[in-house]
Structure formats: C-alpha cells, structure tokens
Design a protein around this ligand. Structure first.
Ligand code: UD1
Length: 434
C-alpha cells in the first residue's frame, strides 16, 4: 500500500491546475448507457473512481476507450451492446457511486441488477430514495442476496418528491426519466453544479430537461437518445483543497482552470476567516499571511458549504485564533480525520455531529492513517504545515478522487513523495551446473 511522506514548512508558490470534476465525470459516464451511439467526454480526471467506472461499464459489454497522449483526458464510451446489465458487488463495494448505473440500465435495457452498496467510512449511505423514485416511474424492484433487481417494460413519467436531498439520487432518477414515457417532475432535487452538468450532457444527447441546478426539474421523456460530445466541469472540491493549502502554507498560489462561481460558499467562508483571495477569470489566487480568526461552519447541500470540504476546513480552523464549531449535517460519521489531526497536535473535541476546534495550535508531524477520500486531503494539508516529516498511510483513498496530487503539489514547491510497499528483496536462485 502506498504512503505519502511529506515534509512541512514550504509555502506553495506558483500555479496549480484543477482537473475535471470526478463527481460530474461519474454520472456522465453512466449516462452513456442510455444510448447505442458513442459519447465523447473531455476533461475526465485520471483518478481511480474513473477506472472503476470503466471496469463497471466494460463488464456490461460497453467499449470504453480512455484517451492517451495529448488526448489523455478524453474518454469515448460506446454502449451499443449491453450483454449484461449488472453491477457486481466487487466493483460497487469500492465505489458507491456505481449505483448511478441503476436508472440508465433500467431505462435502456428494461432490467438491471446492481449490488447494494452497504455502509462506508463516512456513514450508512442507503439508496432507498433511488429505489423509491424508480418504483414511482413504474419499475418493479426486489432485493435479494445483497442485490437490487429492477425491471420495467417502459418507465412512465411521474411526480417524485425526494424526502431528502440526494445528489446521486437526483442524477439517477434524472437519467431514468429521459427515456420514460411522458413527463417527470422531480422535486426537492440536489442543486449541485454536477447535476446541472449531467443535464447539459443529456440535453446534448437529445433529452428534454429543464430546471437542472434548481430544486425542481422537469423531464419530457423521449424514445431514444443519441451520442454527444461534452466537456466535464472543473472540480470545485479539488480547487477548494488547493486554496486552503495555499493559504495555510503562507504561499502565493494561483489555482487555475476552476469555476469561481461554483466556489461561492467556500470562498465566502474563507474570506470570513481572513484568507486573502482574488479572482481573475477562471483562476483564484490565494495569499497566506497567517492571521486567521475562528469562524463556525455548517455543511449543507449546494449552494451551502460542501461536506466534501469539511475536513480541509477543519485544518484551517486549527490554525485560526479562537474556537470554531464545525457542524456536519450531511453524513453521520464524517469526523474520522479529527482524531488523526489531534495526533498531530490539534485541539478538537467531537460530540455527535459537531466538532469544537480550538486554535491556534502548532501541528507536528506524525504517522497518520487516511480513512476516506476527503479525510486524506485534510491530512495532506495538515502535513504541509506541520513541523517535520509526516507519513500518511492508505493513500489509495486519495487516489480515488485527486489526480496526481503529489505531482501537482510538488510543482508548486511542496516536499511530498510517494513510497510503495517495501517488499523483501527476492533472493536469486543459486546457479545449478549440470
Ligand atoms: C454525493 C457525492 C459525495 C458528496 C455527497 C454530498 C458523488 C459521486 N458523490 O454522494 O462526494 O459527499 O454527494 O454532497 O457525487 N441518502 C438517503 N437515501 C438515499 C440517498 C441518500 O438517506 O437513497 C442520504 C445519505 O445517507 C446522506 C444524504 O442523503 O446522508 C446525502 O447523500 P447523497 O447526496 O445521496 O450523497 P451521494 O450522492 O452518495
């Protein structure tokens, strides 16, 4: 298992480029299941969740061509023959977003068999709202042996009100509704930019969707969708992670290729804390002068402060003067990083879904364990400002969603390297002479 070795203390200086959004790329790849024609996706990040999705689609019979060379962020997917509309436990267990294939498979093939995802490090993550919505569209769904089995001759449009806002749930239902008979009205939808990006792709494929990016989405079903070419939006969470890292290291960092409009709640909160930020087109420049004041933060659905930035914000809170209360409203168990940060010298008390962070406490290097994707990012940021050499174990979590993070950070002055597992050297077999 790979580890990161990070020596703290270097300011991040220069320009770092943001990759395409993993959370927009995953539903876009699933959307290719809705058509027999090729779908070309640009700005696909080279991260492990994309590779998992490639395997998932290929196992169903799709041709997935990941670009290489100069076109290495382009992916072409052709789902002409879907021999096996199934998502196995082996793949779903490593990436819960695999359940995004449920709606499109059902709409295109009339049946789907998808493993239930089970729990994960940050919470229970049920998919009951996906199932309830698909049943409203006329699907028959049973659950057996850990799998969801769904069937429907043709889905029928319906009005669906989500009991709770769900990002992949909205995306799953949106995709299913594009090929349903008649009109579907989705209410209490997720308003994340990734949902709007998916709707943009689906409309290019011939779908008739209005209102994506707001809480009510109207879909007029069509009988078939065609291929399309689409560019994935920039990753707002990767951008936010670099912005906090730039500020905390006392750097002068230009985070390029992002969409500042998608970063509103993050930039507003960081400005409240005293981080100096300037925008210029698709870049955000951040300066760190080390004079930050504590500010409470609550995670919310978009356009609120994203739960995917909570762990990174917590590191900033450890370096701000005063006490910050961080409230996690989206997932029930998303403070695993807090305990690791305490081992590095932070003062954090977790009570239920709240964490009280007392700053400012110096951070010191330690051996720490990454527990999930965004927790890993917070440990990398903490290590960049800690005194000494931090070793982060289980960085496969970070590889799920951050493209070559160590190369990007090294490019702006961080001392970070990846080390693989040290295997005992093979002893050469003695030469035997006849
Ligand atoms: C997506 C993002 C993830 C982000 C999260 C919240 C992707 C691939 N992942 O995850 O990075 O952290 O949104 O912004 O886009 N829930 C139910 N029943 C359901 C579905 C969800 O109770 O059927 C609950 C969840 O347990 C959670 C809340 O709703 O408490 C929000 O989850 P959801 O928005 O669905 O998260 P994901 O789409 O899995």
């Amino acid at each position: 298992m790979d580890k990161f070795v990070i020596r703290g203390g270097n300011p991040l200086l220069g320009t770092v480029r943001v990759s395409g959004a993993k959370n927009a790329a995953l539903p876009a790849m699933a959307a290719a299941l809705l058509t027999e024609e090729p779908v070309i996706l640009e700005n696909i990040p080279q991260v492990r969740d994309i590779e998992t999705t490639r395997k998932l689609l290929a196992a169903m019979g799709a041709d997935v061509e990941l670009g290489y060379g100069r076109a290495h962020h382009r992916t072409t997917i052709c789902c002409r023959n879907l021999a096996s509309p199934e998502a196995s436990y082996e793949l779903v267990k490593t990436m819960r977003a695999s359940t995004l294939v449920l709606g499109p498979l059902l709409a295109r093939c009339g049946r789907a068999r998808v493993s239930l995802p089970g729990g994960c490090a940050i919470g229970a993550r049920p998919i009951d709202l996906h199932i309830k919505g698909l049943e409203k569209l006329g699907a028959t769904i049973t659950q057996e042996h850990g799998y969801v089995e769904a069937s429907a001759k043709r889905l029928r449009g319906a009005e669906i009100v989500f009991d709770k806002i769900t990002v992949t749930g909205t995306e799953d239902l949106l995709m299913a509704a594009t090929l349903a008979d008649g009109e579907t009205l989705l209410r209490n939808c997720a308003r994340e930019p990734e949902v709007a990006d998916l709707a943009g792709l689906l409309n290019k494929m011939g779908a008739r969707i209005e209102g994506a990016g707001t809480s009510t989405i109207r879909v007029r079903g069509v009988s078939a969708l065609s291929g399309a070419k689409h560019r994935i939006i920039p990753d707002r969470i990767e951008a936010g992670t670099f912005i906090i890292a730039g500020a905390l290291t006392g750097g002068d960092l230009n985070v390029a290729g992002c969409e500042p409009r998608h970063l509103d709640s993050i930039l507003q909160k960081l400005t409240e804390v005293g981080v100096k930020i300037a925008h210029n087109g698709d870049s955000v420049r951040v300066f760190g002068d080390g004079d930050w004041k504590a500010s409470d933060m609550v995670t919310e659905e978009y356009p609120g402060f994203p739960t995917d930035m909570q762990a990174q914000y917590m590191v900033l809170a450890t370096q701000a003067k005063g006490s910050s209360v961080i409230t996690e409203n989206i997932f029930e168990n998303r403070f695993m990083h807090a305990l690791e940060l305490v081992r590095m010298g932070a003062s954090i008390k977790v009570e239920g879904h709240r964490a009280l962070v007392r700053g400012k406490t110096p951070l010191s290097a330690a051996a720490v364990l990454a527990s999930d994707l965004r927790a890993s990012a917070s440990l990398v940021i903490a290590a960049l400002v800690a005194d000494g050499e931090t070793i982060i174990d289980r960085v496969y979590h970070i590889d799920r969603g951050y493209e070559h993070i160590e190369e990007k950070l090294r490019g702006v002055g961080a001392q970070i390297r990846r080390i693989g597992e040290m295997l005992p050297k093979k002893v050469a077999a003695p030469l035997v002479r006849a």
